[in-house]
Write a protein that binds this ligand. Structure first.
Ligand code: F6P
Length: 357
């Protein structure tokens, strides 16, 4: 069986752990298995850049961050746009055939799964694996990379905590997640943030300032705010992405974080600082939990290959490992539900989500 494997979209810790789990399963259980590593995600399949892997290429990578295959972002919107008489999807289909593949394994996030859906519709045998620190892939409780990012983001908040306390400042830590707030919610709770602002719950600046003031009046001179990259103020909530970007550009802002920091400074009279850990949350080695999860999902993808269960993507539901049809999950987003137990837990201990009256 000839299998192509690629990692697509933003990287995350544990991609290599998944690749390793997959390869180990396949070499041991699939007859005449040959694995071809495709360079830089869909980009490599479009350009026909790949190499035959050897079993030893997959050794010693369990705990190594990044991806041995390389990755790139290939926007879904451009997949069906014609360039030089052919679309990217057509080029990928052509190279899949040229390589003589029986199956293509795609490790990626929401965008990767959308494009995988197009490849399935073209008749390619595709198996997906849910990767992203954002944890927003529909139909799976968790995605690999998420737990490692939670650990990093939590450590950032921990470190900010001590300096905030020393100076009596309000510190805003901007956590990755331009669409959903899973990472901010988990790291915010784990790091003991006083205020957690998620894209799913538009925040009222007055509510945030009030909370900061109340803490100061109660003798707690510092406050920690975990704010998602995609958090929105109530006044911006109805705007389209482009309109919001244009509005923010007027004050030189990209996200809501710096503006909120200025507002707290002016309205609550508290000194503020902003910390943006950014790609630190995607870099470095996977956590122990992620390594174990990745080994499990990688091996399961190998099993899907062996059984010929194509057009599917691996999913975790509760304690069980299973799979969804790519067609059923592509293009859908797993938002943080407003009644999520972690939100309720936060509210019970007095964490503000910026929406109270
Ligand atoms: O999807 C993962 C993610 O890290 C988002 O949280 C973030 O907004 C985005 O990727 C950043 O993308 P890039 O690495 O292309 O700047």
């Amino acid at each position: 069986m000839k299998i192509g494997i690629l990692t697509s979209g933003g990287d995350c810790p544990a991609l290599n752990a998944v690749i390793r789990g997959f390869a180990k399963y396949v070499y041991q259980n699939v007859k005449d298995a040959e694995i071809y590593g495709i360079a830089d995600g869909y980009g490599g399949l479009i350009a026909g850049e790949y190499k035959k892997m050897r079993p030893e290429d997959f050794s010693g990578i369990l705990n190594v961050g990044g991806t041995i295959l390389g990755t790139s972002r290939q926007p879904f919107k451009k997949m069906t746009v014609e360039e030089n008489n052919s679309t990217k999807i057509e080029k990928m289909k052509k190279n899949y055939k040229k390589m003589g593949l029986d199956c293509l394994v795609c490790l990626g996030g929401a965008g990767t799964h959308k494009s995988a859906g197009l490849l399935c519709a073209e008749g390619l045998n595709v198996i997906g694996l849910p990767k992203t620190i954002d944890n927003d892939i529909f139909g799976t409780d968790v995605t690999f990379g998420f737990y490692s990012a939670v650990d990093v983001a939590t450590e950032c908040i921990d470190r900010v905590h001590t300096t905030a306390a020393s100076h009596g400042r309000t510190m805003l830590v901007e956590i990755m997640g331009n669409k959903v707030g899973w990472l901010t919610l988990y790291a915010g709770l784990a790091g003991g943030a006083d205020i957690i602002l998620l894209p799913e719950i538009p925040f009222d600046t007055d509510v945030v300032c009030k909370k900061v003031r109340e803490r100061a009046e109660a003798g707690k001179a510092f406050s920690i705010i975990a704010i998602a990259e995609g958090a929105v103020q109530t006044s911006e909530a109805g705007l389209k992405k482009k309109e919001r970007a244009a509005l923010r550009a007027q004050t030189g802002d990209v996200t809501a974080t710096n503006r909120l920091a200025r507002d707290i400074n002016a309205r609550a009279g508290v000194e503020t600082r902003v910390v943006v850990p950014g790609h630190l949350q995607r870099g470095g080695n996977p956590s122990a939990l992620d390594r174990a999860l990745s080994t499990e999902v990688g091996a399961y993808a190998g099993y899907l290959c062996k059984e010929g269960l194509f057009g599917t993507t691996v999913a975790i539901r509760g304690e069980k490992i299973t799979h969804n049809k790519i067609a059923d999950i592509a293009g859908k987003t797993k938002w943080v539900p407003l009644d999520h137990p972690m939100i309720e837990a936060g509210r019970r201990i007095g964490v503000s989500f910026g929406d109270e009256n």
